[in-house]
Each structure stands twice: as structure tokens, then as C-alpha cells.
Write a protein that binds this ligand. Structure first.
Ligand code: F0G
Length: 426
């Protein structure tokens, strides 16, 4: 397949060297992960903002995608080779009950669970699969706690590629597994955790000629940058004080840092928000490392109710450290009870999210309580996945258990007129 994106390069921030993009280039020769450097031209910050705003006002073709609207900052593409739903265009939601619970008036929720396959992964996957096609890859593969697998399977199917996904046995929600299977991926359940699955798929990638689409792939990170670009555009390019989000393998941490660095360097924004990466207490090697001043990463045996972030050895650790340092950010952990409490508030507000996502709001509340987030600060919390991804994990319903009755009116009246009946209000 002809490769006509000659100006694009892959950059190693550790070695300060660039490499030409090829099918097999995921890491530099010293084993560091790479960033995509697309050819950027020389627009001013204001010209970039006007360009993106015009595309938003007149969404035709690739402009309909909340990823490809920002295409010059992702990877050069053309309409014919782009594998897109379209994705993105997720809402920024102000919710009084959630804001009150977190004690942050200026809190907004960016709901990435409203992407086509129900998680933020679609933003990285449209970029990754598009690039895989241009490289001429035949089979794409990933290890996953479930959402990456569902997204990879969907985009591979749309792009006419074969997909292979490795999942930790017994620790993936049935809905996510069902998605991957329905979209036609080969699903392999591994008796081991996510970290083992990732090591295995990387080894298999080399021997079996699989194109890896975990977030170690630079194009995944390039696409996920648009979560931040889109939320900035929704705020009319006003910069929030904080962005909080759940962190597992640290792909999003890396992507958010990269997007903010780029947007600031191009003059699209005039300051950088602080990033707050939130881990589950039972899967918090990044938070531990932050507390120790970012010494070495000490991997952990991960355990949390939030299966999506049950990760003990994050692959994008160095990129994550860079992102937190550059944004004067913080990394904290919250325990499972806090995650469930936050999820309950988000669910009862009618918004809903999967457990891992609720860590973003639990983390915001915790940072507000310790005064790190100030009373008047503006905060965007990123909800990464849809409630239906893991519908059985919740703290209990405010409306009581589901009651089964016969089909007679008296039975219905007896149930609805009982002690759990809600007050009709004034
Ligand atoms: N939230 C959800 C819903 C996720 O699925 C993930 C990661 C994260 C947060 C953490 O993001 O890894 O970029 O720090 N899920 C991956 C998967 C690991 O396989 O679906 P991260």
C-alpha cells in the first residue's frame, strides 16, 4: 500500500529522536513509547479555533466526527480511508445533584460513555484502525479489561480487518465480552490478569504479525487527545481549572497531557488546566509513585470492584508522569466504597456511568475536601463508560428491590401504595 503521509513522524520524547511511521514501529530502539507528530502547518491559535468552530457549525463528512474535526492534530487522513462511525460529540453535562455531592459548583461531566460502543475507547480506535488500514495491517489485536476489546472489535469490523482480543478470565463484564463477540472478534480468555494479557499480546504481536492497538500504540493516544480538545471547544476555549478522570493503564493520562501540551504550544489555549488522575485504591501504583515523588513504579497485584481499571502495571507510566508534571497535576486514589457512592449519585441524577468512571467524581470530591480543588474552581470530570457496560454493579437502588407481582390491579396497588411509596410532593 502506498504510504503518502511522508511528513508525519513518530517522536520519542525520551531519546529526543523521530522515526518514520511504519506498521511495526510502536516503540523506539530503546523500548520507549512514541508520540505521533503530524505535520502541523503554521496557523495561529485563533485560526485553529476558528477552523474547528466552523467545522462544528457545518458538520459534513469527516467534520461530523468529534475526533476527525481536529484531524490536523491527530494524523493526516482522507475521507475514503477513514474508519469512523462518527464518534465523539459527547455532551458536557452540568448536574446540580452531582455538583452538590462533590461540593463543587463549577463541576461539569464529560460523558464519554455516549460514544458508539459505550466508552471513550472509540476515539483512539478510529485513529488506530484507520492507521492500521493505511499501513496494510491484516489482523489487529489488544489485551483488554473489556472496553478496548469492544471498541477494537467494532472498528475492525467496520474497516474489514480481523480482530483478536485477550481478556482476563473472570474479570470482564459479560456485556463487554458480548459486544466483542457480536462484532466478530476472536476472543481469548486468559487465566491471568490484564497485565499478563498485555504482556502476552505484545509477545504474540511479534511472532504472529498482529498489529497492536492497545494504548501503547501512538495513534490510539493521538485520537484520545480529542476528549480534551472537544471539552475545551465546548467551553468556548475557556480553560477549566481541573480535569479529573479515572486512570488505569494511563493511556488517557498520556493523551490528555499530549493534547494540552499541543493546544498550548499552538496558542489554542493560553494556559493549561491541572490534571487529576484518579485510581482505585486496590489498583493504584501510579498514585503510590506520585506520593513518593515519582520514583520508580512498583507494580501491584490489582484488585478493585471497578474492573475496567483493575491494572497493576500501567504501560504508559512514563508518558503519564510527563503529563502530570507538565500540568502541575496530581494523582490520588479512592476506595471502592467511594467509587460506588459517586456512581450512585451519578446514576440517580439520571446520567449513569460504569463503576470505573465514577472514580473521576469521587476523586474530585476528595480533592475538594482536602482543599486542593478550591471552592470556586471549575472542574470537568470525565465519565469514561456507559452505565450499561456493567449494569449489575451498583450500591443499591433508591426505589427498592424490583418486586414481582401477578397481573391483577389489586396487587399493583398494594405494592405501589406500600411503605416505599414516594411522597407525591407539594
Ligand atoms: N475507564 C474505563 C471505563 C476504562 O475502560 C478504562 C480502561 C479506563 C477508565 C482507564 O483508562 O487505561 O487509559 O488509564 N480500560 C482499558 C480496556 C484498560 O482494556 O478497556 P486508561
Amino acid at each position: 500500500m502506498p504510504e503518502d503521509i511522508s511528513e508525519e513522524s513518530l517522536w520519542c520524547p525520551s531519546c529526543q529522536r523521530s522515526f518514520p511511521p511504519t506498521l511495526s514501529t510502536i516503540r523506539c530502539p530503546s523500548d520507549h513509547l512514541l508520540d505521533v507528530h503530524p505535520p502541523l502547518g503554521n496557523l495561529t491559535g485563533e485560526q485553529w479555533r476558528i477552523l474547528f468552530d466552523q467545522r462544528l457549525a457545518s458538520p459534513i463528512g469527516l467534520n461530523r466526527s468529534g475526533v476527525w474535526r481536529y484531524r490536523e492534530l491527530i494524523t493526516p487522513v482522507d475521507v475514503d480511508t477513514t474508519v469512523t462511525f462518527p464518534e465523539g460529540n459527547t455532551p458536557l453535562i452540568a448536574s446540580a445533584p452531582v455538583a452538590a455531592w462533590a461540593d463543587i459548583d463549577g463541576l461539569a461531566l464529560k460523558h464519554e460513555g455516549l460514544n458508539p460502543t459505550g466508552s471513550f475507547k472509540d476515539r483512539g480506535m478510529t485513529a488506530g484502525v484507520t492507521r492500521a488500514k493505511r499501513f496494510g495491517a491484516g489482523v489487529v489485536a489488544c489485551a483488554s479489561t473489556g472496553n478496548t476489546a469492544a471498541s477494537l472489535a467494532a472498528y475492525a469490523a467496520m474497516g474489514g480487518l480481523e480482530a483478536v482480543v485477550l481478556l482476563p478470565a473472570g474479570n470482564v463484564s459479560p456485556g463487554k465480552l458480548a459486544q466483542a463477540r457480536a462484532y466478530g472478534a476472536r476472543t481469548v480468555s486468559v487465566r491471568g490478569d490484564f497485565d499478563r494479557c498485555l504482556a502476552l499480546v505484545q509477545a504474540a504481536g511479534e511472532s504472529l504479525d498482529l498489529y497492536l492497538l492497545n494504548s501503547i500504540n501512538p495513534y490510539r493516544i493521538a485520537g484520545q487527545q480529542t476528549i480534551v480538545l472537544e471539552l475545551l471547544q465546548q467551553l468556548r476555549w475557556a480553560v477549566p481549572d481541573w480535569i479529573t478522570f479515572p486512570a488505569g493503564n494511563l493511556g488517557n493520562t498520556a493523551a490528555f497531557g499530549q493534547a494540552l501540551r499541543l493546544a498550548h504550544r499552538l496558542g489554542i489555549i493560553d494556559r493549561v488546566p491541572r490534571l487529576a488522575a484518579v485510581q482505585a485504591a486496590g489498583a493504584a501504583p501510579f498514585a503510590h509513585s506520585f506520593t513518593g515523588g515519582f520514583g520508580d513504579l512498583v507494580p501491584v497485584e490489582a484488585d478493585t470492584i471497578a474492573t475496567a481499571i483493575r491494572i497493576g502495571n500501567p504501560a504508559s507510566y512514563s508518558r503519564g508522569v510527563r503529563a502530570i508534571r507538565h500540568t502541575n497535576g496530581v494523582v490520588i486514589d479512592v476506595d471502592d466504597a467511594d467509587i460506588l457512592a459517586a456512581k450512585s449519585v451519578i446514576d440517580r441524577a439520571g446520567i449513569g456511568c460504569e463503576p470505573a468512571s465514577a472514580a473521576a467524581v469521587a476523586g474530585a470530591r476528595s480533592l475538594r475536601r482536602t482543599g486542593i480543588i478550591g471552592a470556586g474552581d471549575t472542574v470537568v470530570a470525565v465519565l469514561t463508560g456507559h452505565l450499561l457496560k456493567e449494569p449489575d454493579t451498583f450500591a443499591g437502588s433508591g426505589s427498592g428491590d424490583t418486586v414481582e407481582i401477578g397481573d391483577r390491579l389489586e396487587e399493583l396497588v398494594a405494592v405501589l401504595d406500600g411503605p416505599s411509596r414516594r411522597s407525591p410532593g407539594p
